[in-house]
Every structure is written in C-alpha cells, then in structure tokens.
Design a protein around this ligand. Structure first.
Ligand code: UGA
Length: 435
C-alpha cells in the first residue's frame, strides 16, 4: 500500500486515482474546483465513463479513495504525486501549461518530505525539466524530489479496462531510481515497462497519438479512393488488418477523429516541429484530411436530399465517439452548424451526450429516442456508432421518415441490405460514390 495523491479529477486523474485505490493504495484526489470535489464526495462524477461510478463508490466506501481541495492535506506524507490536469490548446496550437504550472507550484509550496512528482498530462517535450525547475524555485525550503513522466494511454469509454490492462507503461526520468519506484506501482498491471529519459517519454505519447490519428486519416483517404474506383473500404481494412505489421485497429473509415486528445496532440506536435523550423508535412495532411470529412458529409447529404434548405435532418449520435458524453471537437458540432447555416432544421438523439450537447447546439432539437426523432425527418445521418443504433428497427424508421434517406458516417449498416430495404443509402468509401 502506497500513499498517492492525484492532482486533477478529470478523465485521467479520476480514473488513475480510482484504479490505484482499487489496487489497494491509499489515494487522495485533489482538484481546485470546489464544486467538483463536493459533488465527488456525494458520489456525483463530473464525467460519464462506463464503470467509473461503481469503482469510485467502492473505493470511497473502503476508505482508500478520498477527495480534497487542500494541497496541504493531499501532499502531506505522500510519496507519489500524479499531475493529471488539463493541457488545452493555446491560440497557435501550442499546449497551454498554466494548470501544470500551478499544480507544480502548489505541490512545491506544501511538500514536507521527499516526493516523486509524476506527470500524466500530455505535455510538450521538455516540460518535465520545466516542472523540475518550477518546483525547485517554489519550495520554501529545499526538499528532495524527482520528476517522472508517465504518459497515459487511456481511451475515453474504455478507460478503466485500458488502465488495468495497458499495452505498456512508459516512464521517463533523469533519475532511474525514481522511475523504478514508479514502475513498482505499475507492476500489478503486468504490462511491459519502458524506462527512458524524460523527453523521450513525453515524445512517445505525442508520437503514439499522432500515429493513430494518421492511421485513421490514411484509411479515410483510402476510402475516398475506394469510392472513386468502386472498392469497399470496410473490406479493404479487414484484408489489411490481418497483416500483423498493420493490425486491424484504428482502420474504421468514416467521419474521422475528434475528442479531447487527437486534435490537440496532433496540432501540438506540428507546432513543436514548426517552432524548430521543421515542416511536419504528414501531420498537416492528417489534420486536413480529417476536417474535410465533416465537409464531405454535409456535401453528401446536400446531394442526397437535393438541398437541405427547408428540410429536417436527424442526427443519430452526437458524442465524438460511443460510450462517452464528451462533445469536444465532435464531428456533430461542425455538421449540425453547417446544416443549420444551410437552412435545415436539425434534430438529434444521443444516448448520453444530449445534456452536454444542448448547451453547444442550441438550435438543435434534442429528441428522447431515435424513433421520435425520425418522425417527419427528410433524412438521417449516423454520426456516432453507438451499439444501440446498429440494430434499430429500420423498417419502422423508414415508415416514420418523410423520405427514406440515410447517410451513414460510421459505416454501421450494409449498403446492399439498405438498398434492398428501399433506402437511399450512402456510407463512406463503400463502392462507387459510397453506394
Ligand atoms: C486517444 C488514444 O486512443 C488513447 O490511447 C490516448 O490515451 C487518448 O487519446 C489521450 O491522449 O488521452 P480517445 O481520444 O479517448 O483516446 O479516443 P479513441 O478511441 O482513440 O478515438 C479517437 C477518435 O478517433 C474518435 O473520434 C473516434 O471516433 C475516431 N476513430 C477511432 C475513427 O474514426 N476510426 C477508428 O478506426 C478509430
């Protein structure tokens, strides 16, 4: 049992804290947002993540997980302090490190004994050295500390499983002994542990996210070529994926990537490269291809409905991906706004994201279920591939729609089946012009 403090109770911090507590450690999770902490004490979570509520509840009940807004309380007698605060994009795409800086300063001001400060947030290469400098300067009295970078590789929607069964743990430090101690904390996870220097660990995180985003933009480019040449990108991906060097994951063509990670991390890596006078051509193309998907989707629905002006379009799904209520950089936002600007009425249904989405998309009418939404729509667009959309009663939907038009931005239906049912249907990258 180790005493751990986690600064920041967003996705990363809360999952990290709850999982380390579940492994038997004593975890105190801190956030400067008093309302968040008060809510957590009452069992109200700031985010939706499958399984997290039960995990938090169980560990709070056992006394292994507590919450505070006081650094003094969190840092006192703690050997490991994880920094898991947000690093949003700044004006030019650079990562905004103000929350990291204030967490490091507050830890430094309150620490009384030797401590390992572990950075979980995705931070620009070189931030670990910068944090060490901040801590050194902010300490009232010199106390020993070591900085370790431990980038997180959790996916929203499967964060607990990803934490408990990671593909690898990456640790970077200038002090091998400190990295070894953090490695001990991760031993129950039984994953390969890569120990390297600070900057390399920070780079591994950016390079991994950028590579995954590249894989998706690559298959989306292939999808466009498939449409032009009459091939089916879904089957192309299956055929490619059996090659172990390629692998089957992250080859789903469609509306592309969004969320809080890929958009900000690809942009930040490109920014870091440009700052050093390099021209990150692949990263720039990866971003261009991604954001074109949203425009292409609107152009396709325009074509399928012979103009959306005055029509009602229903969106199946709003979250940037299934199993989350996260709306950050979700394709639905751009698509809904473009449709509204083009004169369409937009309605939507999402199993969990409608509360969050409502504030972002005031012009969109939120509906209680897919069937109510479909009533009187001129076309549907699949935006997020929630499981519950995969086996909808499509006959019933066809009867509810003004005209049987479906654009499938996530390729969850089969073109031949949809045509046989009498739908005017288009996916992305599936045979001539997606038909
Ligand atoms: C991503 C990484 O997968 C995690 O390893 C990483 O820890 C995390 O960012 C982070 O940096 O915090 P996440 O953003 O939660 O995780 O979501 P993903 O499951 O990776 O999906 C990202 C986007 O790509 C989604 O919009 C999804 O719809 C899209 N996607 C994914 C595709 O369009 N096609 C695919 O084949 C896979």
């Amino acid at each position: 049992m180790k005493k751990i403090c986690v600064v920041g109770v967003g996705y990363v911090g809360l999952v990290t804290g709850a999982c380390f507590a579940d492994l038997g450690n004593s975890v105190i999770a801190l956030d400067v947002d008093e309302e968040r902490i008060e809510n957590l004490k009452k069992g109200i979570l700031p985010i939706y993540e499958p399984g997290l509520e039960e995990l938090v509840e169980r560990n709070v009940r056992s006394g292994r997980l507590t919450f505070t807004t006081s650094y003094k309380e969190a840092v006192d007698g703690t050997e490991f302090a994880f920094i898991a605060v947000g690093t949003p994009s700044g004006v030019n795409g650079e990562a905004d490190l103000q929350y990291v800086a204030s967490a490091a300063t507050s830890i430094a001001e309150t620490m009384t004994g030797p401590m390992i400060i572990i950075n979980k947030s995705t931070v620009p290469v070189g931030t670990g050295d910068w944090v060490a400098d901040i801590v050194k300067r902010a300490q009232p009295e010199p106390v020993d500390f070591w900085v370790v970078s431990c980038p997180e590789f959790l996916r929203e929607g499967s964060a607990i499983g990803d934490f408990m069964s990671p593909h690898r743990t990456v640790l970077g430090s200038l002090h091998h002994e400190a990295a070894e101690k953090v490695a001990q904390l991760h031993l129950p996870l039984r994953a390969p542990i890569v120990i390297t220097d600070l900057r390399t660990a920070e780079m591994i995180k950016y390079a991994s996210n950028a590579f995954l985003a590249t894989k998706i933009s690559f298959i989306n480019e292939v999808a466009n070529i498939c449409e032009a040449l009459g091939a089916d990108v879904k089957e192309v991906a299956v055929g490619m994926g059996y090659d172990k060097r390629i692998g089957p994951m992250f080859l789903d063509a469609g509306l592309g990537w969004g969320g809080s990670c890929f958009p900000k991390d690809v942009l930040a890596l490109a920014y870091m490269a440009e700052e050093k006078g390099l021209n990150p051509r692949i990263l720039n193309s990866v971003m261009d291809i991604n954001y074109e998907r949203r425009k292409e989707a609107v152009a396709l629905i325009e074509a399928m409905t012979e103009g959306v002006n005055g029509k009602t379009i229903g969106l199946l799904g709003l979250a940037f991906k299934p199993n989350t209520d996260d709306m950050r950089d979700a394709a639905s936002v751009d698509i809904a706004q473009e449709l509204t600007a083009a004169g369409a009425k937009v309605r939507a249904f999402d199993p969990v994201a409608m509360d969050v989405a409502g504030a972002l998309l005031p012009a969109v009418e939120m509906c209680p279920d897919p069937y109510t939404m479909s009533q009187g729509c001129d076309a549907l667009m699949v935006i997020t591939e929630w499981n519950e959309f995969k086996q909808l009663d499509l006959e019933k939907i066809k009867g509810l729609l003004n005209s049987p038009v479906i654009f499938d931005g996530r390729n969850i239906y089969e073109p031949a089946v949809m045509s046989a049912m009498g739908f005017k249907y288009r996916g992305m990258g599936r045979g001539f012009n997606g038909r």
